[in-house]
Design a binder for this molecule. Structure first.
Ligand SMILES: [Zn+2]
Length: 472
């Protein structure tokens, strides 16, 4: 009885606290957006806003009065205001897209794609926000935010969202235009794909197929897609030397992946490319501090080959060859006197070293977990347990914290030991012993497989889609 009273008391404050309401209205031709933000209780002290947004702000009002806020380092100071005050502002997306040439905003066909901090300004206190969006007829919105149930009679011009409580400094991408947002179901999750720009219906279907297949392949790591929903943006960029010249994961307001794609290519070229598998594999981990990029990039670089073997795009040997090629590039980029932690801080010149050192550590972790648990555990099962316990969308982890958690979940010290061994090391991780155990023979740079090696079955099972194998 006492318990029930307590839980009722705990619920009460959230009921009284309705949260902030943002009312967002796009103009008829979508080139301006006006926002009215009404705060529940005390208004925020600061709003995160890009330093470059200022010239495109048509007006900015606090309770109806214009104000000119001091603005530095990506945030603006809000004047002292009574409780439950409202701010109102309008941003010219059209001018911003013209002037900022792709950095913060771009236009493609009749669509605009912009960084959230160009016009969706929020504070860093993880406030509970509901966003109500009014669109002109025929227009659609793509955002990372969770969409709230819609009135069944609605014509789609009025939508409500709730952004995930992530730090306000994390970027997001928001698109508005006459594109169609396609729902792609992946087990119990769904992806919301928007193709921004003028692309034929047939090519859009190819993109949807490609994204769906890749998400299913990544979801097979532990039987479900790592996030209940995700925003996916595909931005065509014309003929390029690479299929996907640029892509990244974004986590502000909810998980998202943005791809800049050569839209002239057919489905088989999209399938052959590794980028989408790499990007979606990032979502197998929560956000990791950029100082420990070797972990997030290492995991994605490992799975980009492993998953393509599991879904049949590569043979087992080809996948090991790809990993081996990466390790060789990482080794060649490793310089004396620079440990992995310093290389990770050192910028783009260290990409190969950083990515493939992390991938080599993932291979070692996966092999050791499978070996010690006689196949009951693996990197896959460790990540599944991590997803079940620790996917707060607003938290960023250091590698040390994440490895400690993975050790706790697996009951071994595999991860912390790898951290101690390799992060302060000036050498590329030595994969020789793990190669010998798994039966990977790489003489002349070409990998061959030794089926008599003690870990030969582990080697095969890493690259095969099946339930956890038992080895004894
Ligand atoms: Zn990456």
């Amino acid at each position: 009885m006492l318990k029930i009273v307590w839980s009722a008391l705990l619920v009460l404050p959230t009921l009284l606290h309705a949260g902030d309401r943002y009312h967002v209205v796009f103009s008829k031709n979508l080139d301006t957006v006006s926002v009215e933000a009404c705060y529940d209780g005390a208004p925020p002290e600061y709003l995160y806003r890009s330093d470059e947004a200022e010239p495109f702000v048509d007006y900015l009002l606090a309770n109806g009065q214009p104000f000119d806020p001091p603005h530095r380092y990506g945030r603006m100071r809000v004047p002292e205001l009574p409780v439950n005050s409202c701010l109102k502002w309008q941003v010219d997306l059209g001018r911003a897209a013209e002037a900022l040439s792709h950095r913060l905003a771009l236009s493609a066909g009749d669509s605009y794609l912009s960084n959230g901090n160009l016009w969706f300004w929020r504070d860093d206190k993880r406030r509970n926000i509901q966003i109500d969006v009014e669109l002109p007829p025929g227009a659609a919105l793509s955002a990372p935010w969770q969409q709230l149930p819609q009135d069944p009679d609605s014509d789609g011009t009025f939508l409500s969202f709730r952004p995930a409580a992530t730090p306000a400094s994390w970027t997001s991408r928001i698109a508005v235009g006459t594109f169609r947002v396609r729902e792609i179901p992946v087990a119990d999750s769904h992806l919301r794909l928007a193709v921004i720009g003028e692309v034929s219906e047939q090519q859009q279907q190819r993109f949807a197929q490609w994204i769906g297949e890749t998400a299913v392949s990544v979801g097979a790591v532990y039987g479900k897609f790592p996030q209940p929903e995700a925003q996916v943006l595909v931005v065509p960029v014309g003929p390029q030397r690479e299929v996907v010249p640029w892509a990244h994961v974004i986590r502000g307001g909810g998980p998202a992946v943005e791809f800049f794609v050569d839209e002239t290519l057919d489905l088989s070229s999209l399938r052959e490319d590794w980028t989408a598998t790499h990007e979606f594999s990032h979502l197998l981990l929560p956000a990791v501090s950029s100082a420990d990029r070797w972990l997030s990039e290492g995991l994605a670089s490992y799975y980009q080959s492993v998953l393509r073997a599991r879904d049949g795009r590569l043979s087992e040997r080809e996948a090991w060859q790809k990993l081996h090629g990466g390790f060789q590039r990482g080794q060649a980029a490793t310089r004396d006197g620079v440990d992995l932690a310093a290389a990770t801080r050192g910028g783009w010149g260290n990409v190969m070293r950083v990515y493939w050192s992390g991938a080599a550590m993932m291979l070692k972790a996966d092999t050791q977990l499978r070996m010690r648990s006689s196949g009951r555990q693996s990197l896959d099962s460790a990540l599944a347990n991590l997803q079940a316990c620790c996917f707060d969308p607003g938290r960023s982890w250091s590698a040390r914290e994440l490895f400690a958690e993975l050790d706790r979940l697996t009951g071994y010290h595999v991860f912390s030991n790898l951290y101690r061994e390799h992060v302060p090391d000036e050498n590329f991780p030595d994969v020789g012993p793990v190669y010998d155990y798994l039966g990977l023979v790489a003489e002349t740079g070409m990998v061959s497989l030794d089926h008599r090696a003690p870990g030969s079955r582990i080697r095969t099972s890493i690259m095969r889609l099946e339930e956890q194998l038992q080895y004894d």
